[in-house]
Design a binder for this molecule. Sequence first.
Ligand code: ZN
Length: 306
Amino acid sequence: MKSLFNLLFLGSVLTGFAQNSPELKEADKILALFENIEQFENASSDEVTEHSSVYGITSENWDTENVKIDYDTKASFPLQIAFKDSNYVSPIGRDKVITSRFGWRWGRAHRGIDIDLVTGDSLYAMFDGIVRFANYSSGHGRTVVVRHYNGVETLYAHLSSYGVQANDTVRAGDFLGKGGRSGNARGSHLHLEMTYKGVHINPEYLLKFDENNDVNASELWVTKKWTRPELHSSRRQSKLELLTTEEELEAYLERPTEVYIVRKGDTLSRISAKNNVSITALCKTNHIRKNSTLRIGQKLVIEKTL
Ligand SMILES: [Zn+2]
């Protein structure tokens, strides 16, 4: 009886504000986050509030003119990213060949990953969301940015043509445009970025780029380490250590600082690559210079990056 009442109540909310009402939009949107009306009906009020706050994605710093935004509220670390589904839709319709990763490249930061394609290949939205930007951006060329309901934005760059406009609502798998090599691109490829409140996250910490299109976990804690290109190499996948629960996060935070003992043949760049830590950071933490000679058996502190 209670559920019938809820259903009727919901029905009246939806029909009662039928015309262009913000209330309807809100109810409709909240409903869209649940699989069906039963789920919505059985949800606690906390769950509904939670979903609606997640849903209000255009409410914060919605800017269709600029790729880069200064958010009023900054991301605080470690930040938590949640995914509604365990899969995403591949942005391209062919096997994903990663030609360059999130990391340090040619002496500068590469804040996305490059996926090989042929000019004219269709590109697809990876998750449901709303197109925030579809315009030319220097460097990135023709670019589409989609904001998703978990707050993450995906950016698709170097397009040859657009299939969407800013403010379009898209479902995962919807056509966004065609890939190409506009802007600063050495050859045709998709440059894909993932950000949260403007902070770039290594996409490989969040998603698996294989044929199954799995997200790495439904909930992930992102430490600063995964947002700093200088701690990663564009040529090699960084060792993944996923923090999926609060317990794992706490254990990570409580872990003592790691010490690395220099072995025969080690160089600073090798130690840096092995431990996912930049040479600059290694030098700073250990008060040594980039050209310092390392002794076998020497202990180096590996700074833990939150
Ligand atoms: Zn790139």
